[in-house]
Design a protein around this ligand. Structure first.
Ligand SMILES: C[S@@+](CC[C@H](N)C(=O)[O-])C[C@H]1O[C@@H](n2cnc3c(N)ncnc32)[C@H](O)[C@@H]1O
Length: 952
């Protein structure tokens, strides 16, 4: 029921309290003339006349606050049909002003830290539209339950979560689609309890459990040490489909800067002395209680401590560039300006922002500039009319803008630089992973030392690739272990695997039995899966909006690695296989240990300008990598070099490898951006649809507890667990087409030594280098071009794989006929296409099946390397070559002539045509995913400050 306004006689103690705070007592006696306010539900404006007829009163538009109307204080509307139907809200205009300065726009993730009973929360949700989320937190369960009822009445809960929690300790992230929470178990999607759509209809067991829990909590308030209790979540709040672990994952301060809330309201608990209605109630409660409830210094002291804590925590959860509003319904300086002043002293990165729109508002400035005070006399704002009245005069309405100026800007610049240092060491790790493709450079030494047939030698090379089959272990570990541990494991394994081969080839030990040698080759192969996984997963997560370029540059260095090792070995050790094996064992171990120190997960770009800067940096990295590739190529095609020139070459190579470090160094040394050009964060995630979506209808509910159910199958483009992924047709298309491409490519690379001999070349190092270097260009170009074409036309990325298969087929046909120079043409085409295949498949897998369990998903696809190597190199080429070869004295066999590999090439060309068909099919099936990514990229570009200059 509404209460009639009264003009109380104020007690002496209260009058002196008002005087101390410089407050005019007449505000408490002038309330009879103070109007009431209501807000119309958006799109109800058309029904204004109807509403006026129902409440029998003309509503006056509040010109300074959209959607708000005033009405005389004595009009009763709580029983009107419009109110009961949820077309109007009772909310004071000053409260509305506090929300409006938050500038909520669609896509924002908003935190309301003292949310109950929820008048402002409802306004936030109305402003939010159909993207983003609002998280309401309140310590009082019963008040928050009322808030939930209000959400249901106004049908506003869809994007809302409500937590009973202490706002000064609350630490949960908003449910952003690109925030990555991981758990080893959930990758398999098995033992997760998954939040299903919220409903009050709970099983009997659960109701009993909830009742018990309530009984155990004799107090209605939660303590700060308790876990937040989720009492409501909407269909699109980001909760449906999550596991409990994922929901309750707290944010580190570093994560907050990117994944924190865009807007935070701290509508702090206070003495309510600014509420006329509240003060009037003391006429009934007895003025004596006013002393205890309002005037008591002790209460005020503990409140101010709480207010400061709430403000600190609200600010902590705000992302860089976000906005925070602090407001109270107290008139005292202690609870307003003093709190803000204290807070600003502690937080150099917080800055009060001018509230420009307030120039037109009926309010005064607070005691410190850029704060606002609404008081009844000035603003004519007044109390609410709902059953749970909380008349609020927002007396200090303060915006803190977490803008990254001064020290924060520098910190974020340095953090950004750290991410780029991480990328540079990742490039080095990828280059040393090239050790896995150098088998042809020392396979002859192994063959003769161990007296092997070609089939045995080929199977030894398969053993190296079988090591990659255990990449699943590293993929699984990547979801639980930090990047550094993965790198250390990889470095140790590589040291052992290649170290043993070095001992044999350098004849420091006698040749090991075949099976033992196979194990060491297997270890060497497996070591690269740890390195690859660590690097790829971390970098894809650090640069999720540049997946093509990141995959391109990483795979490009991987390709160059073979040439780097080969050329260094040629320049410094005259292609001595034992020296090559020594550096293959030691250098990767050292590089991985360095990377373990510098490569970590870091927040992804969250602003359009950061995204553009990322793209620029990738272009520069690509330029540097190209210079490196040209340098290696020049060394390869200039024939033999003297000792001095070789040493100069090696030094130049090291310098070129170190050059990318200049970019992060530059970003550290260059001046941080001024605070004035701060822009809003990007609103559009790269994969708009990677969040879970439910396809069932909503239920109107009033219950309290949660329910769990089996997670619904994600659609393509969303995060998949392993089980979910392997149940999709698209996965198998990608898997088989990948097998066709990499399997045949590996066959050529593994057999290059014998293919060269068959065609009359005694030294195949030029072909190995050509494959590697041209592969480099295939990787860089396909990463960039595929990204560009998605941005420009929404071209499905798998079509690039289709193109590579077509070219590969042509290359194999040319090699089958052994035309003059065919090995040159073949190694170039195979190099390029193998590079494209590797580079494109990495982002495709993440775009179709998500980044959440990417380590494992990637390693499942990578199973194709050993499988392809076994099928095409071990079986196909091995058998067909041995069938054509003749035995040589002392064991082994050899084959010279075009016929040795002719049939092998023909079969591989047919395989590539099959792969081509599969890739086209995948491109067609996934075109909608790429249209969405295309639209998202265009929106990001449009939101950038210099969007006039169109950039990918
Ligand atoms: C001024 S009211 C909020 C009004 C609300 N924003 C609205 O517009 O309806 C203050 C709220 O803070 C809550 N509160 C008090 N201490 C809290 C704490 N430590 N954490 C979270 N909420 C708290 C109270 O339960 C109360 O509901």
């Amino acid at each position: 029921m509404e209460e009639q306004s009264k003009s109380p006689l104020l007690p002496e103690a209260f009058l002196s309290f008002l005087e101390e705070n410089g407050i005019d007592p007449s505000i408490y006696t002038a309330s009879d003339s103070t109007p009431r306010y209501l807000r119309l539900k958006p799109r109800s404006e058309g029904e204004l006349e109807e509403i006026e007829a129902e409440i029998k009163c003309k509503l006056e538009k509040v010109n300074w606050l959209p959607g708000f109307y005033s009405l005389p204080p004595d009009v009763l509307i709580a029983n009107s049909k419009s109110y009961l139907d949820g077309k109007i809200y009772g909310i004071d205009a000053a409260s509305g002003a506090a929300v409006s300065v938050l500038k909520i726009s669609p896509g924002d993730h908003v935190l309301d830290l003292c949310a109950a009973p929820g008048a402002k929360l409802c306004m936030m949700l109305d402003l939010l539209g159909d993207s983003g989320s609002v998280t309401g937190v309140d310590v009082a369960r019963h008040r928050l339950a009322a808030c939930r009822t209000m959400l249901q009445k106004y049908s506003l809960g869809d994007r809302c979560r409500l937590f009973v929690a202490d706002g000064s300790a609350f630490s949960l992230a908003p449910m952003r689609v690109d925030s990555l929470s991981r758990s080893c178990e959930s990758a398999f999607g098995k033992n997760d309890e998954i939040f299903r759509e919220w409903t009050s209809r709970r099983p009997w067991k659960e109701r009993k459990r909830a009742a018990k829990a309530r009984e155990a909590k004799s107090l209605q308030l939660v303590s700060s040490s308790e876990n937040p209790e989720l009492i409501f979540y909407g269909r699109h709040s980001g909760v449906v489909g999550l596991s409990k672990n994922e929901l309750y994952k707290t944010m580190s301060d570093l994560e907050v800067s990117s994944f924190g809330y865009d807007k935070v309201l701290v509508d702090a608990e206070c003495t309510h002395d600014g509420s006329v209605k509240h003060i009037q109630k003391f006429e009934n409660w007895g003025w004596k209680t006013l002393q205890r409830r309002v005037l008591d210094a002790e209460r005020t002291d503990s409140l101010t401590v709480l207010q400061l804590k709430l403000l600190r925590n609200g600010f902590r959860l705000l992302k860089v560039g976000g906005l925070l509003v602090y407001s109270t319904c107290s008139l005292t300086v202690a609870q307003n300006e003093d709190i803000v002043e204290q807070f600003l002293k502690e937080n150099a990165s917080a800055e009060l922002q001018e509230i420009d729109e307030a120039k037109e508002w009926p309010c005064k400035s607070g005691r410190i500039p850029k704060t606002l005070r609404f008081d009844p006399l000035t603003s004519q704002t007044s109390g609410l009319f709902v059953a749970r009245p909380l008349t609020e005069y927002r007396l200090a309405c303060i915006i803190a803008d977490k803008r990254g100026v001064h020290c924060d800007a520098e910190r974020s610049e340095h953090r950004g630089a750290g991410k780029w240092v991480g990328l540079v060491v990742a490039l080095w790790v990828q280059a040393v992973c090239g050790n896995n493709y150098t088998f042809a450079n020392y396979s002859d030494a192994l063959k003769s030392l161990m007296a092997l047939t070609q089939l045995q030698l080929n199977n030894l090379s398969v053993a190296k690739d079988v090591g990659k089959a255990f990449g699943l272990v590293s993929g699984f570990a990547s979801d639980c272990l930090p990047t550094s541990v993965l790198l250390i494991i990889g470095s140790l394994e590589g040291l052992i695997g290649y170290g043993a081969q070095w001992l044999v080839v350098s004849q420091r030990i006698r040749p090991l039995p075949y099976w033992q040698m196979s194990i060491f080759l297997c270890l060497g192969g497996n070591s690269t899966t740890w390195m690859n996984t660590a690097v790829l997963v971390t970098c894809m997560r650090n640069f999720p909006k540049n997946r093509g370029p990141v995959s391109g540059i990483l795979k490009a260095y991987l390709g160059l690695g073979t040439a780097i090792f080969t050329d260094i070995s040629t320049a410094l050790f005259s292609s001595d296989p034992s020296s090559l094996l020594f550096i293959l064992a030691v250098v990767p171990a050292v590089v991985c240990l360095i990377a373990a120190l510098f490569l970590h997960e870091a927040p992804a770009a969250s602003k359009a300008s950061e995204f553009q800067q990322e793209t620029r940096y990738f272009h520069i990295f690509n330029g540097m990598a190209t210079a490196l590739a040209v340098y290696l190529l020049a060394f390869d095609i200039t024939g033999s070099h003297g000792q001095l020139l070789s040493v100069v070459f090696a030094v130049g190579l090291l310098i070129l490898l170190a050059t990318p470090l200049g970019l992060p160094l530059y970003s550290i040394l260059s001046k941080p951006r001024s605070g004035s050009d701060i822009e809003q964060p990007m609103k559009v995630p790269l994969l708009v649809n990677q969040s879970k979506k439910s396809n069932t209808t909503s239920t109107t509910t009033t219950g309290v507890e949660l329910q769990y159910l089996e997670r619904k199958r994600p659609s393509i483009g969303e995060d998949h667990t392993i089980v979910e992924m392997i149940q999709t047709f698209d996965f198998w298309i990608l898997f088989v087409s990948f097998l066709c491409g990499v399997g045949t490519g590996l066959c050529v690379m593994n057999n290059m030594g014998q293919m060269g001999i068959a065609l009359g070349y005694s030294d195949v190092s030029i072909f190995v280098s050509l494959t590697s270097i041209l592969g480099f260009f295939g990787r860089i170009a396909s990463g960039l071009l595929s990204e560009y074409f998605i941005w420009k036309f929404g071209t499905p990325r798998p079509l690039w794989n289709a193109a590579s298969q077509a070219i590969m087929a042509i290359g194999y046909i040319i090699m089958a006929f052994a035309l003059p120079g065919s090995l040159y043409i073949g190694s170039i085409l195979v190099g390029i296409c193998y590079g494209v295949r590797l580079t494109i498949t990495v982002p495709v897998a993440s775009e179709l099946f998500g980044l959440k369990y990417y380590g494992i998903l990637y390693n499942i696809l990578i199973l194709n390397l050993p499988l392809g190597s076994f099928l095409f190199s071990g079986l196909l080429a091995g058998y067909l070559y041995d069938a054509e070869a003749t035995a040589v004295a002392g064991g082994g066999n050899t084959c010279v002539g075009a016929h040795c590999y002719c049939l092998v090439f023909v079969i591989m060309a047919v395989t590539c045509v099959l792969g081509l068909g599969l890739d086209v099919l995948l491109g067609i099936r996934t075109r909608n995913v790429y249209v969405r990514i295309h639209e998202s990229k265009r929106s990001v570009a449009a939101s950038a400050p210099d969007s006039s200059s169109e950039k990918c």
